[in-house]
Structures are given as structure tokens and as C-alpha cells.
Design a protein around this ligand. Structure first.
Ligand SMILES: Nc1ncnc2c1ncn2[C@@H]1O[C@H](COP(=O)(O)OP(=O)(O)O)[C@@H](O)[C@H]1O
Ligand SMILES: [Mg+2]
Length: 311
């Protein structure tokens, strides 16, 4: 367990996307391997409870116990679910064999998981999530220090990513209102309206402005703190390569969010070849375009973390 005085809490990064199949799991697995190669102690958490596959991408056989065992209280401590991987410095909590009814764990179970995560002795906790705006995904994103948002250069992927960002922002604000015990001030049904995209976090902020100035200021502060970090996968054409910057501008203009463009990744056939071998791409094909792009992203993440610790 951490020494409470000298220990620094792990940086919690969650990866999300509006649509599935955009490359979240391969990207996160390779980021984790590369961060560990830079000497960081990394914990990968597979919280895609409906489609957990990080163990396969890392070549870890049937890990037990898994996250499900913690959520169902088969094991008391989260640390009992942490298994080692073939990569020095990289550990895994697998979501393998998740029960179907675990795809949507209860709020109390999620809160307990987040509490335990804030106490683990690692430099980074990287959380893989299912696609879209399920309550589980939103809760993890709202609690994470950083949100990595992966999209592909297709109109549907971009549209769904915006929708997800709006939903996370809303979730962050409502969590704060709950914490302050003033969530009863919110109009009934707003939650469902926002999830379905009929109303947005902006509507919520407007409602708040009529109710309480201090709350509005707090909500605006949360908005500023949510800085999604964007990765564009399968960016192959000159037009695709402009997308990252365009999205960050649009986030500022339309959502009031300061997004950060982390980098582009090209389509690379070596990704599939590595997945078939059940090994991370950066391990089987170091120096390939995919591995090189991820190394660039890792250097950005490390630089920011380092800069932060000097503040
Ligand atoms: N840059 C890439 N080049 C080639 N194939 C990729 C690339 N990124 C992802 N893939 C492939 O796309 C598929 C979906 O990736 P995955 O990480 O499982 O997506 P998600 O976790 O978002 O559902 C996998 O078969 C993976 O190998
Ligand atoms: Mg996945």
C-alpha cells in the first residue's frame, strides 16, 4: 500500500469512443506496454465488461480472479485481481469471463472500484471501456484524470464522439450536484433527455444559471477541467490528417471544451498480424508505423505528466 505522505496517486486515464471497433483496445494495450518500457509502473484495467479482450491482446492465458470477482465480492481486495503480464512493469486486471449482468454494475460497486483504484500503487492506471455512452462508461470517464477519445475519420465516428463528450460533461456536472446534495434542483427527466441527445450539458448549465450562481461557476470550472485528448485512428489521407485539429477547434467552439490533439495513427496491416499472434504490435513489429505513432503519443503523455509534477 502507498505511503500516504510520499506516495503520488496514480494517474487514471480512460479510453473511450463513440463507436466500437475504432481501435481502443489495441491502442491502449500498446500505450501500456510502451509506458512500462519507459520505466513506469502501469496497471491496465479491462472495464469493457461486455467484450473484455485485453488479456488476449497481451497473450495472458485465462487470468483469474478477474474484475467480476471483485465486483461480485468473490475477492475482497482489488489487489487480489491484479495479474502480471509478459511485460516488466505492466500488470493487468482482466475483465475476462464477465457475467452478462455485470455489463452494467451497480453504482455502489463502481464507486467501490473507483475508490480502490485511487489507492493502488502504480504510476498509471489505464482503463479500457466499452463504446458509446452507457452509464458505466460515463462514470469511469467522469472519474478519470484524463480521457483519451479515439475516433476514425468517418462522419458517424465523429458524430458519436461528440455525443459521448457531451454526455461525459453532463455526467461530471450532475455528479458534482449530487455530491453537493442539490441534485433535486434539476428538472425531472433531464438525465434521460441528455443521454438520448435531446438536450445537452448546455441546457443544464442554463437551468443552473437561473437557480444558483455559485453552482454555475462550479459547473463552468468542471467544464474547463474536462480536456479530452483526441487520437484519430485510420488517418490515411491528407484530409484525414487535418481532422484532429478541426475537432479540437470544434470542441472549443461548440462545447466550450479545451481538447488536446494527441496524434494520428495510420492503418497498418501489422496490427492484425500482431493481434493474431496474441502479442502487442510494438513488441512484434517495433518501428512499424503503428508502433511509431504510439511512441509519439507516449512521449506526449510522459512530458505532460512530468511537467505537471514540476508545478
Ligand atoms: N491502425 C490500425 N491499422 C490496422 N488495423 C487496426 C488499426 N487499429 C485497429 N485495428 C484493428 O481494428 C480492430 C478493432 O480494434 P479494437 O482495438 O478491438 O477496437 P475497439 O476496442 O475500439 O472496439 C482490431 O482487429 C484491430 O486489429
Ligand atoms: Mg475494445
Amino acid at each position: 500500500m502507498n505511503d500516504p505522505i510520499s506516495a503520488k496517486r496514480a494517474e487514471i486515464m480512460a479510453i473511450a469512443s463513440g463507436k466500437g471497433g475504432v481501435g481502443k483496445s489495441v491502442i491502449l494495450t500498446n500505450l501500456a506496454v510502451l509506458l512500462a518500457r519507459h520505466g513506469k509502473r502501469v496497471l491496465l484495467l479491462d472495464a469493457d465488461l461486455g467484450g473484455a479482450n485485453l488479456h488476449t491482446l497481451l497473450g495472458v492465458d485465462r487470468p483469474t480472479p478477474t474484475l467480476t470477482d471483485f465486483l461480485t465480492r468473490n475477492v475482497a481486495e482489488l489487489s487480489d485481481t491484479i495479474v502480471s503480464t509478459p511485460f516488466a512493469g505492466l500488470s493487468l486486471i482482466s475483465g475476462a469471463n464477465a457475467l452478462m449482468d455485470m455489463a452494467n454494475p451497480y453504482a455502489a460497486q463502481k464507486a467501490k472500484l473507483l475508490r480502490h483504484l485511487s489507492m493502488v500503487d502504480f504510476d498509471y492506471v489505464l482503463i479500457d471501456l466499452g463504446a458509446g455512452s452507457t452509464f458505466t462508461t460515463l462514470d469511469f470517464l467522469a472519474a478519470a484524470d484524463q480521457t483519451l477519445l479515439v475516433m476514425m475519420p468517418t462522419p458517424t465516428s465523429i458524430e458519436n464522439a461528440y455525443h459521448l463528450l457531451k454526455a461525459v460533461l453532463y455526467r461530471k456536472i450532475t455528479r458534482t450536484l449530487k455530491r453537493l446534495n442539490v441534485d433535486h434542483l434539476l428538472p425531472r427527466g433531464l438525465d434521460e433527455d441528455v443521454r438520448r441527445g435531446r438536450r445537452s450539458a448546455w441546457d443544464l448549465l442554463n437551468e443552473l444559471a437561473h437557480i444558483d450562481t455559485a453552482l454555475t461557476v462550479e459547473a463552468a470550472r468542471l467544464t474547463r477541467r474536462l480536456q479530452p485528448r483526441i487520437i484519430v485512428n485510420h488517418a490515411n489521407s491528407a484530409e484525414d490528417l487535418r481532422l484532429g485539429r478541426q475537432i479540437t477547434l470544434a470542441c472549443q467552439r461548440h462545447l466550450g471544451l479545451t481538447a488536446d490533439f494527441l496524434g494520428d495513427i495510420r492503418t497498418d496491416e501489422r496490427v492484425l498480424s500482431a493481434v493474431q499472434q496474441r502479442r502487442p504490435v510494438c513488441d512484434v513489429h517495433p518501428g512499424c508505423p503503428f508502433a511509431t505513432a504510439l511512441e509519439g503519443i507516449v512521449l506526449r503523455l510522459l512530458k505532460d505528466r512530468h511537467g505537471e509534477s514540476e508545478k
